[in-house]
Write a protein that binds this ligand. Sequence first.
Ligand code: GAP
Length: 547
Amino acid sequence: MTVENLMDKLVSHCKANGFMFQSSEIYGGLNGFWDYGPLGVELKRNIKEAWWKDMYQSHNELACPPSAPSTYDMVGLDCTIIMHPQVWKCSGHYDLFHDFMVDCRKTKKRYRFDQLRGRWVSQGPQRIFVTTMAEPEQEQEDIARRALKFFNLRSKDIERLTFEERVLTFDKLDESDRAKVLGPDTEEIGTLTDPREFNLMFKTYVGALSGEEGAAFLRPETAQGIFVNFKNVVDSTRIRVPFGVAQVGKSFRNEITPRNFTFRSREFEQMEIEFFCHPSQSANWYQYWRNRRLQWYKDLGLDSDRLRLREHDHDELSHYSCGTADIEYAFPFLPPGEYGELEGIAHRGDFDLRSHSEGKLDPKKRPLEVELDEQGNPKHRGSGKDLTYRDDLTNERFIPHVIEPSAGVDRLILALISNAFQETTSTDDKGKSETRTVMKFHPRVAPVKVGIFPLLKNKPELVAKAREVFQTLRGQMMCFYDDAGAIGRRYARQDEAGTPFCVTIDFDTLGEKPELLNTVTVRHRDDGKQERIPIAELQGWLLARVR
Ligand code: GAP
């Protein structure tokens, strides 16, 4: 199956089964925004709940987890999306959270400078750089087609063109070569502007003030809410370093080119921990969180051979970071061998707490110093509040270092959906073949945990018993009652939703075989195997497998 085929199938499966819909679809949709349907919302809740439970609620502060440097505390937080504008000035987002983009003067389209890919193509003495926004598999075809058109040639003349081997991004070209560039949607060269900065934060206005006075931003990350509440958390909980603060919530980025389904969206959710520790221990905690978080994805059912941990090169590091590793997944929209980021684990040092206290630090200076304006004053003033921590046992006062595991809910959903999606084709005795989709979700994240069916819908005793079983289970886990159509069809519908277990109430349940009285058939999604379970044990049996 080609990359496009698989992605098209995933997108249409998600729509047809109510996992995800394009936002405002009836008005033509809004690029970069996605809604979660009835199944998608359950999948999303299960993921967030699994993270919240595993990272925070079931954390045992009295026991040292395997390979952790010591015991530690965890607490939770839920901060606002709109915060004081100074937060983003001190965090660095106001000055530095931008992408470079280029505009096409002809078509008015906008592209990310570092995403515009292309190749040098020559015919005789003329050499041009042909760019494309096509997916990797169609890139060469698109470049060839547009080069032929530019040089006024037909397909059969392709031999007259010389294609240079390397695919380059626009940002790698010399400035002097920009006039030779053919934009992705034009037929003439030299229409692309020089790159310009484009801040990714969404701007809004608070209250009745419409000018710059009332300007505020939708948060581009949940992290800053935790930093600016550091003192509140320490003062209100008697918590001691090392400790982590967990938060799950929406973030917004005005991405220039949202793409690849939900991978790069403009509105998305993050699950972030800011872990505060003593500077002398931060390297060890960084290692701990990298390994712990990678294992979490494996435990949630992502294939190990599609996951990897990649340490950032120095020039890739964010403005605040003194070390970052990404947990990456081989998403199906990427060519073989390429991976996309699921989560970043960053060693942020003391950048954030110091910036919010002293004023925005200059990320280029080592050691970090407050960035000054032309008059020698802090470029962006901090809160002036003391964000140091005093260890009450040693009396040492210090600014904690921060390790930040930052995960994207929507990217994880996309990874889980891609990972779960399986098609099987079977042929019946009449030679008719049927392709069926099974979503092999880990039971813990599966939107519906159990389907409950009476074998026949026109037998009141079967229906009454099935309803009774449904009533006892429904408050405990997501159940789906279905009495429509043949039993095989009902199994297939639950397979498409990714339901790990189906329970059928049949005549043996009613005592046709006395030894099977009050037992049901449980069918397993992944191998189709069936077993008989007493109704009295069913709830415990299921809960042990779906939590
Ligand atoms: N506080 C650090 C931070 O926000 P990031 O690497 O920019 O770091 C963390 O984002 C995670 O948020 C990413 O690994 C990804 O899963 C998710 N994420 C970031 N931008 C996203 C986008 N435009 N659409 C969907 N998810 C995104």
